[in-house]
Unconditional design. Structure first.
Lengths: 243, 243
DNA sequence: TCATCAAACATGTTTAAACAAGTTTAGAGC
DNA sequence: GCTCTAAACTTGTTTAAACATGTTTGATGA
């Protein structure tokens, strides 16, 4: 539940835009009008609208107003800009997610792993391989490296459901920040096997590597997500700033 | 040149972080200290710091302070979150960009093109095929569709340099907003030919499709950028909001 | 010595007010 | 009718102040 007023207003406006209360390409009510509607100050309202701008939902035009430029996006969309677990994003889009754990183990990172993950050599970690299904189709092969010190008590059972839910609800951890890199890599035999792919067809994967930090500034997770190329979509909205 | 105070402070702090004036994982000076340094109000300072947060440069911790979590990223990086021309981003990273125009033509969009571009059927557009080189290696094959009405006077010569520079400097257009979708697609014979690729090796491309809006809320550009998979990197920083 | 607690300090949210700058509208004057 | 302009809008920037909430620190007291 959002406690902050601007969060509430933001969500209300967002929902109104998504449900066509405001028409595409039309102007939203002016700031003054919305201030009266929500009974808040100008700053608070502008903060909510500012979030809609970075979401690509609206566009502000000085002197004119705020235009709705939201267009619904299709299907298997992994919207960028927020940290969301596979489970959360699947449910949000009305799909049935399902996860199977292929491997659950723990070890200390060696030099090669330190290179790719960003964890120092010797760090104790949980290493988990998971396969994510959407409506019974295997879409993503995940390699998770969790800092053991920061995520104690992780089990295979938790990994089968939602690790993030465990971290946030049980361990009271606050996830704050995630740096991601998108690349395209050759498909491996492991990819082929688990994702039911044929390298004669596509021979590449969409790979998202991410480093995630908690509120203590500790990088507690490195994950490589290997996506089926034919189902992969990554959305983003960019705003050009004055140069 | 930034006219707004918060822009100036933002850029100064950003530059200080990039040049290690503040050490990695250390705390920045407190708000009160920075307010005195810059002689500005708290709101203005917080606005600058807020931008650094969304850039993934720093992490704020209530009660504690602001931690520097910036780590330089490598090589051919196309950082997300901002609209940047190929030329701008290449120069920013110290490379030598070069563009060759393969095709410069104009026509009215048919039904199939309307589907993919988002322009209505019959819209008059410039269609440009361009090949972007970085340090003499062809990396990106671009298909540009520019709304003729909004971008009058476009020529092949302009396309060889910077179209964005023409739009902003000569036409006084303000580019505001760009929605992008990242996918992986099969390599075509055209890709193979111009990018010196061999489909026996990689048979896929990283494809970024984007719709760009100007300050009038008009979508004036649709572009499909087909990237060499082995050179493609897309950076992003995500912030988790309270659920 | 050690635990407790209040003060000091950090960031987070909200309001109010003023001014700046771009756009639209309505009216005055021709 | 037409043009020009001033007034009334719109969003953009900045300051000031108050309160909320989380963290650290240091003094007090047992």
């Amino acid at each position: 539940m959002p406690k902050a007023i601007y969060e509430t207003i933001y969500k209300d406006l967002k929902q109104k835009i998504e449900t066509d209360v405001f028409a595409y390409q039309e102007l939203l009510p002016s700031e003054n009008t919305l201030i009266q509607t929500y009974g808040c100050s100008r700053n608070t309202l502008r903060r909510a609208v500012g979030r809609l701008v970075t979401d690509g939902y609206v566009q502000t035009m000085q002197g004119k107003g705020v235009r709705n430029i939201y267009q619904p996006i299709s299907q298997t969309a992994f919207t960028i800009g927020e940290i969301e677990s596979f489970r959360e994003s699947a449910i949000r889009n009305g799909h049935h997610p399902h996860t199977s754990v292929l491997l659950f183990t723990e070890f200390a990172v060696n030099r090669k792993q330190a290179q790719s993950t960003g964890f120092p050599v010797g760090t104790e970690i949980y290493y988990i391989q998971r396969l994510h299904y959407l409506d019974d189709i295997p879409l993503i092969l995940n390699h998770n490296y969790f800092l053991k010190e920061a995520t104690p008590g992780l089990t295979k059972e938790i990994a089968e459901n939602s690790i993030y839910q465990y971290l946030e609800d049980t361990l009271q951890m606050t996830i704050v920040n995630s740096k991601r890199i998108m690349t395209v890599e050759k498909m491996t035999q492991i990819d082929e096997k688990y994702l039911n792919m044929n390298a004669e067809d596509y021979n590449c994967m969409a790979v998202v590597s991410s480093q995630t930090y908690n509120s203590d500034g500790v990088m507690f997770e490195y994950t490589q997500s290997r996506h089926r190329p034919d189902y992969f979509r990554f959305y983003d909205n960019a705003v050009r700033r004055s140069v």
